[in-house]
Structures are given as C-alpha cells and as structure tokens.
Design a protein around this ligand. Structure first.
Ligand SMILES: [Zn+2]
Length: 588
C-alpha cells in the first residue's frame, strides 16, 4: 500500500495568492519609508534607530514575499504563474536595491567622534553590535566614487566564474555509458555519483576515464577561467588593503587566518587514519590496487536498505530525544504544523533544503523515496530547521540570521545522532557495518577531502599573488602532488590531476574549509551530548538560540567546540579512526 506523505502548509504565510499580491503592492512604500532617512543618519540616535527599524521592516517583508513565491514555485516548477511570481519579486527587489544601498556608505562616512557619540547612546545599545560590525569594514572600504566604479564593474569582474559555470553545466557533455545492469545512460554531473557508486569496477573505471577525457580536452580554457577568478580575489584583496586574499575572504565572519592554517596542519597530522581506511577498503573490496574510482563504491553491494516515511519520522524523533524535552517539543511541530513537503512529485524542485523566513515556519522540501538515506536527509534538514526555529524564537529579527560558518553544524549533528541511535538499536552486523561505512565516508569526504581542497585553494592563491601563471600544466602538477600526499599508498590514476578543473567550489573564494570545521564542531558537540556531559545539552540549545547575535567562533566556543585550538579537528579524526576500527571488526 502506498503511504500518504506529509505536505507543507504555506497558508500560514499567506492564505492565498491575493493576500500575497496585497503585501507585494506595499513593498515599494516600505522601501520609500527607509529611503526617507537618507542623508540624516548622523542627526540623532532617534533617527538612526528609526532608520535601522525601517530597513529591517523592509527586509522582513521582502523575505516573506520572496519565501512564499519560491516555496510555492518549488512544489511544481512547471506551473507558469508560480514561476512568474518568483520572477516578479526578484525583479522588484533588484529595482529597489538602489533605495537600499546608501545606508552602509553613509554610516561609514560619519566622522569618528560623532559615531562614538551615537554608539554610546543608550537608545542604540541594541544595535551597537551590528553597527560595530559594519564599522569593522571601514579600513577596507574605498571612497564613494571608487566603490561606485567597482559596483558598476561587478558583472565584468565576475566573468570568469560565469564562463566556467556555463561551460561546465551547459556546453560540456560526457556521452553515454552502460551502468552495472547494462542500461545505457547519459554521463552527467548528476549521474556521475551513481557511476562512482557502481558495484562493477569496470563501470566505475570507464566512467572515470570518459569524464576526464573531456576535461583534458578543455584543460587550458578551464585553467584560464580559474586563473581569472583567482587573480580577481588576489587583486580585490590588495585594493581593499588586506595582507592576503585568504585574510580578505575570512574577514566578514571574523575568522583569523590561523583557524584555516591549523585545520590544514591538523588534518595532515591525521592522515595515517585515512590511509588505514583505504587499506581496509582495499581488503574488503579484494583489490591490490585501490584507485581513485574505488573510493565511493559500496562495501556491501548486496545490502538494499528501505525505510518508509513513518519509520524515518519515528527514527529521527527517537534519535533526537537526547537533546531534551525543549528540543523534542519544538521538533514535534515539524509534523503537527506541517513544515515538511515530502512526496516525490513531477515538476518538483530536485534535492532537499530547509527554507523559510522570520515570519514563516522553517519549511523543508525533499523527495522522500523510501531509502534509508532519505531518513538521514530528513534528520539533516530538520537540523537546519530547528536551528532556524530556535534562533527566530529567541532573537529579534535583526540578529536572527546565522552565518554560513555555523550553518552545517546543527544539520550534521542531527545526522550523527541518528547514526548513533541506529547503531544502538541494530544487532545485524551487516546493517551496523553499513552505518559505520556511511560515517567513515562522510568524515572522509567532509573533513579530509574538503581540507585537501582548502589547501589547494591556498596554494593557487599564493602562487597567483607571487605572479606564477596558473597554467593547466602547473595546476595539474600541483593537484596531483597534493592528491598523492593525502591519499598515500593509493596508485592514483593520472587523470585525477584534472579534478581541479571540474570543482565549482574553487570559484567560491575560500569556502570549503567551513564544511570541515562545521563537521568537526558537530562531532565535538554530539559527543558531549551522547556522553551525557554536564551542561552539554543546554550549551547546545544555547548555540541554536544564538542566531547571529555573537561572533561565530564565540558561539561555537560557548557551545563546547573551540576551533581556535586543534582539539575539535583532532578529536573528529580520532573518532574517524575508531569508526574505521569498528568497521574492520565487522567486515575486515
Ligand atoms: Zn545542509
């Protein structure tokens, strides 16, 4: 019998599209109200406060309108009027951005002495943190004319990113290939993952070579696009008076460079555990020559784990009871208030996300397909949604949003708690082994692999700053050497030297290290919770409630994960080592 899956309730956001239209019509007036403060911010604390409130009011309304439009559209992207609503709100917001962009430069232009008076005004005490955050950028902000010039050049400067994504997503094609069952399928970015997970090694190897053949053909162009982006990062950092492009990229979240560098050195010290895992993989897979295309292959291809939505819901709820009654009570609302849209549906946006805004539920979109991995997706997205729900109910709108740096901590923590729960419940060694494999592969991909990427990014930015041209040969040589260091004894197929050419994240400006630090923090926090450490549960809830009210490193430190020390990363990789040992006992 087919299960009836839950759908989300968007009617609490707007009962119908007409009420959306009514608020949409009021958006311009909200922008005008904020704009009326232009040129007057330094006049008095009362005026500055009123301006900030008007800005928040506009943003809050804009987010509410946009959230409804895009959620409704994602239910079924083939419905024309729903797509049109997203286009209308997007166009409106970009047209109104001019009425929004004056605020920051005007604050920075206020003379220091006057600014100090404003900052000391009791009336502005609540907004002091966000004003200071803005003023932190002052030494890195140029004159108004220069900023305007850079603004108009924005599209031009981002050209190499655009060329890369157009080429990679649209122009390049990788042909067709037979899967393990002999079915002829397109090799695409989307199907690449399942080819790498094919139980048949010949299929994996063929897919690997077929994909990289194309990248090799275009390697010079792809080196030129990456070179263009890296040069832009290097140049912008110089223009904005930063010592290094790394320092510039970490500035907005107030992360010191040593956090990044310590991550790399700590992960490097812990490479023996990774090599140990590869050794075990080779044994279980009965291969003398484990290669790059064997790292995602299933260790127990015969295992086919199914799970209904009702079972997944029960598992996720029970696994999260360790977070205490306050968490559990709010979690229950995900079902009772209908936050989740779970059914697979034609036209539905693919993938999964947690969305919403300050004035809505923290909605979840996913396509539940009765696999055990869907239960993990549910736990993951609920981690995001619960983080948002706690932040929104405990913080004023102004400080409710949290930074990307902490965004994956709550979601990863939930996945880890689910793994731990399943391991406690399960007695079948094969199923247990599959959970350990999942854990080991997650940590490998999130901490080891992303740190290798982070090291590569640092290296190519340093080369570019030293005026070493990033040619395809140079990039291949550096990437292959780095890969060899991280993967140890693996006889890496030469084609892996081209991997840099297909990774979109290398265009994101020092982004991927956050995946590694986020997972290390999540492992640290979940460990304390599971061990029943005194105060761990309360500290974790305080982290969820903090939103963006403090610096990210302080929020995590208060929660129990101090990323200014190597401890969380060291502990995470020690846990990885233990996981591999458990797996060895079960399958080795
Ligand atoms: Zn996530």
């Amino acid at each position: 019998m087919k299960e009836n899956l839950v759908t989300w309730d968007l009617s609490v956001l707007y009962p119908d599209t007409e009420s959306w239209e009514k608020e949409f019509a009021a958006l311009e007036a909200a922008a005008d109200r904020f704009y009326s403060f232009k040129g007057r911010l330094a006049e008095s604390p009362e005026l500055l406060k009123a301006a900030i409130e008007a800005s928040d009011e506009f943003d809050r309304l804009a987010e509410k309108l946009y959230t409804y439009a895009h959620l409704l559209c994602d239910e079924n992207t083939s419905i024309g009027p729903n797509r049109a609503r997203v286009d209308r709100i997007s166009a409106k917001l970009s047209a109104l951005s001019e009425k929004e962009s004056w605020f920051d430069p005007e604050i920075m232009a206020i003379p220091d002495e006057r600014m100090q008076e404003l900052l000391n005004a009791p009336l502005l005490a609540f907004y002091r943190r966000s004003l200071l955050e803005l003023l932190r950028e002052k030494p890195h902000t140029l004159s108004e004319a220069e900023e305007r010039l850079l603004g108009t050049l924005g599209d031009v400067l981002g050209n190499s990113d655009e060329i890369f994504s157009t080429m990679n997503d649209t122009d390049m094609s990788f042909g067709r290939l037979r899967d393990s069952e002999g079915k002829l399928l397109d090799l695409t970015h989307g199907s690449w993952g399942s080819f790498m997970e094919a139980p048949d090694r010949k299929v994996r190897k063929k897919a690997f070579h077929q994909l990289y053949r194309q990248y090799r053909q275009y390697r010079n162009t792809l080196a030129a696009t990456l070179d263009g982006t890296v040069k832009r990062h290097v140049t912008m950092a110089k223009i904005r008076h930063f010592d290094t492009p790394l320092q510039a990229a970490l500035f907005s979240e107030n992360i010191p460079e040593n956090i990044y560098n310590n991550l790399i050195s700590t992960v490097r010290k812990n490479l023996p555990q990774l090599h140990n895992y590869f050794d075990l993989r080779a044994k279980i897979m009965e291969l003398d020559d484990l290669n790059m295309y064997d790292l995602y292959a299933p260790l127990q291809p015969e295992l086919n784990q199914k799970c209904s939505f009702a079972e997944a819901s029960k598992m996720v709820k029970e696994s999260l009871t360790v977070l205490g009654p306050e968490y559990t009570a709010l979690l229950e609302k995900a079902w009772s208030q209908r936050w989740i849209d779970a059914p697979c549906r034609k036209g539905k946006r693919s993938g999964a996300y947690s969305g919403g805004c300050y004035d809505s539920y923290p909605y979840i979109l996913m396509s539940f397909d009765n696999r055990l991995s869907d239960a993990f997706t549910l736990a993951h997205e609920l981690g995001h949604s619960m983080h948002s729900a706690f932040s929104r109910s405990n913080q004023h709108y102004h400080y409710a949003g949290y930074e990307i740096f902490v965004a994956e901590v709550a979601s990863t923590c939930n996945e880890l708690l689910l793994s731990s729960y399943l391991l406690r419940q399960e007695s079948d060694p094969k199923v247990k082994a599959s959970i350990y494999t999942r854990l080991a592969d997650d940590i490998r991909a999130t901490i080891y692999r992303q740190t290798m990427f982070a090291e590569f990014e640092k290296l190519i930015h340093e080369d570019s700053a030293a005026e070493i041209p990033l040619t395809a040969d140079h990039l291949c040589e550096k990437y292959y050497a780095l890969n060899a260091g991280y993967h140890g004894f693996i006889k890496a197929d030469r084609d892996i030297e081209l991997e840099w050419s297909r990774i979109p994240h290398f265009y994101y400006n020092f982004y991927v290290y956050k995946y590694a630090t986020g997972m290390a923090a999540a492992l640290k926090l979940s460990k304390g919770i599971l061990a029943g450490e005194a105060g761990a549960q309360e500290r974790y809830l305080n982290f969820l409630k903090a939103g963006g009210s403090k610096d990210v490193l302080d929020i995590l430190k208060d929660a129990g994960a101090d990323l200014t020390t190597p401890e969380p990363v060291n502990d995470a990789l020690a846990f990885f080592g233990e996981t591999v040992e458990e797996l060895r006992k079960l399958l080795g």
